[in-house]
Design a protein around this ligand. Structure first.
Ligand code: NDP
Length: 242
């Protein structure tokens, strides 16, 4: 049993589906008050309705440069403080030399890397002034894999990891902790744009992780006592080799 999180305030990006939605449900069970951020207002509203805690929703494109400040302002206006930021929103586009869609490059850089940096800095400044807080950035095991098709996605996740660890060092001693959670393949709609035969589980005996498994890993980081910080946690499905 870790640190009691009830009454704390967390901001979760990409909360309308998959891992972000699971983090919202898991945190709500722990009594965490929530600001849920994603583009689909209807899904955020339905989720908020189903949770037993105070919840604010913000339907915005996290990749817009102004979004980081809007998230902070909304959290402070509703709750007066913010204890945790979970940078989870991300997109997954892969392709080889012959198939990578170069139009996917800008949006992926903007959401998977730039938005993480902007939100981390904006919230870190507020948390530093507040005297404490935690930032958890969702990476991927892809950050440390070499595959033909996932160089852009993995490269951006590697960049998130290097940035996050540098931020952790930057903030050491301020009470603001920074951690990375890097999941293996997790059953979510992130793969829905792929042909059915290429989705996780298709033709493979390996059962992917469930979003709730990743949520529990994120909560584990936050539940550490204030003097402890887990900078990097990888979680694999037990059948996944790499
Ligand atoms: P999903 O596609 O299931 O969910 C993605 C979430 O991000 C949705 O809530 C979506 O909401 C939101 N989102 C996407 N684009 C934007 C945007 N521009 N602005 C705001 N919100 C946005 O993905 P997962 O849950 O699988 O992925 C979550 C994170 O986990 C990502 O960073 C991903 O890279 C990482 N990850 C996933 C793995 C997996 O196997 N699933 C493995 C390793 C890491 P909306 O469309 O409403 O905006």
């Amino acid at each position: 049993m870790g640190r009691d999180l009830s009454g704390t305030v967390a901001v979760i990006t990409g909360a309308s589906a998959g891992i972000g939605e699971a983090i919202a449900r898991d945190f709500a069970e722990a009594g965490v008050r929530l600001l849920l951020v994603a583009r689909r207002a209807d899904r955020l509203a339905a989720l908020a309705e189903s949770l037993p805690v105070a919840v604010e929703t913000l339907a915005i494109d996290v990749a817009e440069p102004v979004s980081a400040q809007r998230m902070l302002d909304t959290a402070l206006a509703r709750f007066g403080r913010v204890d945790a930021l979970i940078n989870n929103a991300g997109i997954f586009r892969v392709g080889t030399v012959d198939s990578f869609d170069l139009d996917a490059l800008g949006p992926m850089i903007a959401l998977n890397y730039e938005a993480v940096v902007r939100a981390s800095y904006v919230f870190a400044r507020a948390m530093k002034a507040q005297g404490g807080g935690a930032i958890v950035n969702i990476s991927s095991i892809g950050a440390n894999l070499t595959t033909a098709a996932a160089g852009v996605y993995g490269g951006l996740k590697r960049a998130v990891e290097i940035f996050s660890d540098s931020l952790r060092v930057d903030l050491a001693g301020t009470g603001v902790r920074v951690g990375i959670v890097a999941p293996g393949t997790t059953a979510t709609e992130v793969f829905d744009h792929l042909p059915a035969a290429s989705r996780p589980g298709a033709g493979s005996p390996v059962t992917p992780l469930l979003p709730a498994d990743v949520a529990a890993a994120v909560r584990f980081l936050l539940e550490q006592p204030e003097h402890a910080n887990i900078p990097h946690l990888r979680i694999y499905s037990s059948g996944q080799q790499h």
